[in-house]
Design a protein around this ligand. Structure first.
Ligand code: GLN
Length: 252
């Protein structure tokens, strides 16, 4: 018997849902596995892929898009809702960015008042009031996820404001920027091991602790509890974080 660990990363709708370099998240997940000797296969899940493919994945990533692509994907994804929901409810970890995050909720109301039904896996909804888009660099404290002050930095660009319902915690408190719900100064969502956020840019290269959180959860679900990840040298990532922190005038 071999000790070799392996993960399958399901990349949802790579051609349609991939703005502002969101594919970088998949590269980071794969690289941080490989640097530790863990095999990481990327499985592209797009239009026409069968339900069965969801059950083969240990970790999901879905990027953001504009409203037009979102409508196309919403139609296709609805057909696969059962398999996708099952994976999320079973604790399969995932990172869902912007439009990808909005899909998990009940509906997305566009700026012209069109109410597009979403998957309804999470008790939340998003409305785009048609006033100013929320654009710029952002920093949050993701204490809710890590149990201690942990600053995540990134870039956001969205019109939708997401309102969370019961059983869903925000990913963090906004330190600088707008957040997924600018009036509450909250950002993102945590449901089981699924994480939703508006951070593009992409998020994981600048926030390796979040990448490792997802990898660790995926390994624990697959191989059992308390999986300790080998430490990696994050000095390059730290430099990138410092650049954003300086622009935002915060200490990290
Ligand atoms: N339609 C969304 C919004 O503007 C998604 C944007 C995105 O994914 N970048 O709110």
């Amino acid at each position: 018997m071999t000790n070799q660990k392996s993960l399958v990363i399901g990349w949802l709708y790579p051609e349609l849902m991939n703005t502002y370099g969101d594919r970088g998240n998949v590269i980071v997940l794969q690289k941080r596995c490989q640097w530790r000797g863990i095999t990481a296969e990327i499985k592209e899940i797009g239009i026409g892929i069968s339900d069965k493919d969801f059950s083969l994945c240990d970790l999901f990533m879905m990027g953001g898009a504009q409203d037009t692509q979102q409508e196309v994907v919403a139609k296709d994804l609805t057909k696969k809702k059962k398999a996708f929901k099952e994976a999320i409810e079973n604790g399969i970890p995932g990172l869902y960015i912007c439009g990808g995050f909005q899909y998990l909720g009940q509906y997305y109301k566009t700026a012209d008042g069109n109410k597009l039904p979403q998957l309804g896996i999470l008790d939340m909804y998003t409305e785009n009031p048609g006033r100013k888009r929320l654009i710029g660099n952002i920093a949050i404290d993701a204490q809710n996820l890590f149990g201690k002050k942990t600053v995540l930095v990134g870039f956001e660009n969205h019109g939708g404001r997401t309102i969370l319902g019961n059983g869903i915690k925000p990913l963090g408190k906004v330190l600088k920027g707008f957040g997924s719900n600018d009036s509450a100064k909250e950002e993102g969502a945590i449901y089981k091991n699924s994480i939703g956020t508006y951070f593009h840019g992409p998020i994981l290269p600048k926030n390796p602790e979040l990448a490792d959180y997802l990898i660790k959860k995926a390994l624990e679900i697959k191989y059992g509890k308390n999986f300790e990840l080998e430490k990696l040298d994050n000095s390059e990532e730290e430099k990138a974080r410092k650049v954003i922190a300086k622009r935002l005038n915060i200490n990290i």
